[in-house]
Design a protein around this ligand. Structure first.
Ligand SMILES: C[S@@+](CC[C@H](N)C(=O)[O-])C[C@H]1O[C@@H](n2cnc3c(N)ncnc32)[C@H](O)[C@@H]1O
Length: 211
């Protein structure tokens, strides 16, 4: 799969499914690297869950950092992205070498069994696009999917929510406020570290959280 193919697939899905895709282009390398900060850093094998892999911009970086003892599960809601990714794991040498340790699950992350199985959850979901109740249930699912000392890494585009709040009214403003409460509630209690990724388009914060 070429980089051009990834960009074309991303733009098509952005136009068809704006709310769940949430971006016009895949994440840049600096954002992907920040999201993968804890991959390959433990002394024991890691079980890693990536929510919302899309065309695999972050998955590629995870695979580069994974050790032979680590395993990756990718859960993707959009069947077109899941098919794109399955094809990439067959044809792209950087991914196919690790294909036996990587598993693609088609569906929503909220529907996974939340049984504390994962050392790391890496989220690519555009939380600021969702209803506040969905953001609460997604963050709750992440906390239950992680082992007790596990780490969640997720991103938000910088200043987008406050900027949107300034120009929105009524139910959209209330939605954004609810999303802010859900995210800030988790960060206030559990944030381990925050990275500022200025070189991404648009610039993003990466939050690392231990529940
Ligand atoms: C902003 S894109 C990120 C894609 C990729 N991680 C990247 O950084 O380029 C969001 C991705 O999350 C997926 N997605 C949205 N809601 C989801 C959900 N509830 N469960 C699993 N995947 C979801 C979308 O289909 C899309 O692939």
């Amino acid at each position: 799969m070429t980089q051009f193919g990834d960009y074309r697939a991303f733009l098509t899905q952005f136009l068809r499914n704006y709310e769940t895709t949430g971006a016009v282009v895949p994440s840049g390398r600096a954002l992907a690297s920040a999201l993968c900060r804890y991959v390959g850093t433990a002394t024991s094998p890691q079980r890693i869950l990536e929510a919302g892999p899309g065309t695999g911009a972050v998955s590629r970086r995870i695979v580069e950092r994974m050790r032979p003892v680590d395993q990756l599960w990718m859960v993707e809601l959009n069947p077109a992205f899941a098919a794109h990714l399955r094809s990439a794991f067959r044809t792209d040498p950087g991914l196919s070498a690790a294909a036996d340790r990587c598993h693609i699950v088609e569906g929503s992350v909220q529907a996974l069994e939340t049984d504390g199985r994962f050392d790391l959850v890496i989220s690519g979901l555009p939380l600021n696009n969702f209803p506040a109740e969905d953001v609460t249930s997604i963050l709750d699912a992440y906390s239950k999917l992680l082992k007790p000392q596990g780490v969640l890494s997720f991103f938000q585009y910088m200043f987008i929510r406050p900027a949107k709040m300034m120009v929105s009214t009524g139910s959209e403003r209330n939605r954004l406020k609810g999303v802010g409460h859900a995210i800030e509630g988790v960060l206030g209690e559990h944030e381990l570290a925050r990275e500022w990724v200025w070189s991404n388009v648009p610039p993003a914060w990466v939050h690392h959280v231990r529940f």
